[in-house]
Unconditional design. Sequence first.
Length: 443
Amino acid sequence: MKFKKYYLLILLGLITKINSSAQPNPSLVSVRHYVTNATPAIFDSSYNDLHYLIGDNLHYLYPIYQLLGDEKKFMNEFSGPVYYDLLSQTVSFVGDYAGALEYQRMSDTTQVTDVENRQIGKNIQLLKNIKNADARRFISFIAPRYSVIMLNEAYNKPLHRAFAYSLLDDLYKRGFRYLAMEMLNPMPDQELTKLTYKTGHFATEPVAGELIRLALELGYKLVAYQDPDANSHTPTERDSIQALNIAQILKRDPEAKIFVYAGYGNIAEKSTTPDFIPMGMAFKRMTGIDPLTIDQTDMTEESNFSFGRAFYDAYVEKFPLSSPSIPLDNDEPVNVTGTTLYDLTVIHPKTTYRDARPTWLALSNRRQPVFIKPSNNRDIFLVQAYYQFESFGTKPGQVVPADQTYFSTGKGYYTLYLRRGLYILIFRDIKYKTLYTQHLEVN
């Protein structure tokens, strides 16, 4: 899909604030210097399509080259907020979550007023009987009451995919067999029985890849419900077609239980404007089924908007969290922000880091931090771990890494989060050239 149509569509409604105090990431400073000074042949100043494919190979630095190498063009064509939102997404793909949050801060163009801050303080003080229940356990407990559960995500926060990952086992045990995902490729060349670059654009982000791998391993059937002609439809038409695509599962399998994973307000059961009907609302009208809708975008670090960020910060200051939680008031779930768009709100704790990597990358303790010591540190920029069983008979550029990072410790180690198994490590330079490979077994 072309950049302008596709990204303006998925970024609809995002409002953000530029933070001039942001400190530059040394790795990204190096990329900017490389692109603007070396002018690599792969950099094309006329190109507006920010996908990760070059030919038939994934190139995780390519969109960063484009955005950092031609900042003025993107700023002029799409505005500062959109530019920084895109940078937030692209650095999240290479495992830089702190950078993704920082770019989201930089993209915020609104201010929380003194009146709003006082109102937030009053609202937080009124929350006297709140208990924070473990979100995974709570959702698992009430799941048998529903045939359809809808959970959303922010595109630049793999943390949300890590939480979806944590639900897969329990939902499967409760009869859910379909995983319908907005991120999956709806076109005829889709690949939904295994994970490749044809599975979907956001499916090539490593945590999304792990989510899809586990779903297939457990026995879920993947369903791509995105409208393939979304660019030529209005938002309401697009969301109605999405709802119809999900409803078709029930037409084929009336006893089906479906886990729907979507973006932002796609799952809302009500509309905030008179001229737009979101997918969740359309699905409910179309089928008569009341889905369980769960938001996790409002109450996460940086939220989706400045008021949400301020509310989140005030909430976690009063109610420190150690795990994703559902707020309960007298043992009943409550949306502490006052929204009526969703049934439940998941509140995430602030991220803790180890060697610049989020510790939630352990993915419900299925993965462990593995310290990679390169045999030669010279020119290494990016370290990637690929499953060995996926790499045999396939070009390395056509499969999705289990994890990747450009952060090294002071002693030259790289920290990757990996499951037990056999891997092929690829060490790349800033040109994305493979310097060498190495085999790894994680016990």
